[in-house]
Design a protein around this ligand. Structure first.
Ligand code: FBP
Length: 262
């Protein structure tokens, strides 16, 4: 972990990462209810909102669409990822080098680590290379820290999420993105287990405005330094409204109730 408060992906010590790697991770099914969002430009437009500190995409999307948005959006290049078509033990292919991410204009790189998978050892070794290459380019490293695998039945248990944040600190991530462990005390412990490394909450599948914002509020109060979110923003009819509210909850530390008032 290095200090990253001066990085473009951080604002006032916090980050709001808009993720759109779902076409790879889940397939086009995630865009079924919002078919216009199949066009990546529409999500890049959403990422121009002031609240968004960077957008996380895979290499192909960055190559094709980022040149039109590089003045308005900071880029987090997700360097590994795997489709839902893969049915084996949890693993993730490294699809992009850090050198190429930097060439594409990345402000940070992202890497999924499935701690607990039978492939954990290989993934940790791949992370070592990514982390050290990122240091050469002065790029922050965001770990999607998702303990998963044959031996792990519940991937949001408090002790699993604390282990996930700690893995990020131990292996040299600058931010670890983890699932919400279900209650504020567990989130607080997970943030403490990360030491000075930043922890951000992972968005998850779409819920109501209030349910989503109150979970974000409770994560931020517990010490999370922001959010990495996809579906709960761009699957909404009006992403601007929820981003306005997220800006108030994350950066202005308002309550979910206050943020939803017009
Ligand atoms: P969401 O907010 O839509 O959950 O997106 C965050 C994210 O980490 C994406 O980057 C990724 O594609 C997806 O979740 C993976 O979700 P899961 O592995 O839980 O199905």
């Amino acid at each position: 972990m290095l200090p990253i408060d001066d990085s473009p992906i951080v604002r006032d010590g916090k980050s709001l990462i808009l993720a759109m790697d779902h076409g790879l991770e889940h397939g086009p099914v995630d865009f079924e209810d919002v078919p216009e969002k199949l066009d990546p430009s529409t999500v890049f437009e959403t990422a121009t909102h002031d609240a968004v500190t960077c957008m996380a995409v895979q290499k192909g999307i960055a190559e094709g669409y980022y040149p039109s948005y590089e003045d308005d959006v900071n880029l987090l290049l997700k360097v590994n990822g795997t489709s839902n078509l893969w049915m084996g033990e949890y693993d993730s292919a490294v699809n992009c080098s850090v050198d190429y991410a930097a060439e594409l204009g990345a402000d940070a790189v992202g890497f999924t680590l499935y701690g607990g998978s039978n492939h954990e050892v290989e993934m940790a070794e791949e992370f070592r290379d990514v982390q050290e290459d990122a240091r050469e380019h002065d790029l922050p490293v965001v770990m999607w820290s998702y303990p998963r695998g044959q031996g792990l039945k519940n991937d949001t248990k408090p002790e699993v999420i604390s282990y996930a944040t700690r893995l990020g600190l131990e292996l040299g991530a600058d931010i670890a993105k983890v699932k919400y462990p279900g209650d504020p005390d567990a989130m607080e412990h997970a943030c403490r287990a990360a030491g000075d490394m930043k922890v951000v909450m992972s968005g998850g599948s779409k819920t109501s405005d209030y349910e989503f914002l109150s979970t974000v509020e409770s994560a931020v109060n517990a010490g999370a330094k922001g959010l990495a979110v996809g579906r709960n923003v761009w699957q909404r009819e009006n992403p601007t409204r929820i981003l306005d509210a997220l800006e108030r909850v994350i950066f202005e530390e308002e309550t979910a109730d206050a943020a939803l008032e017009e």
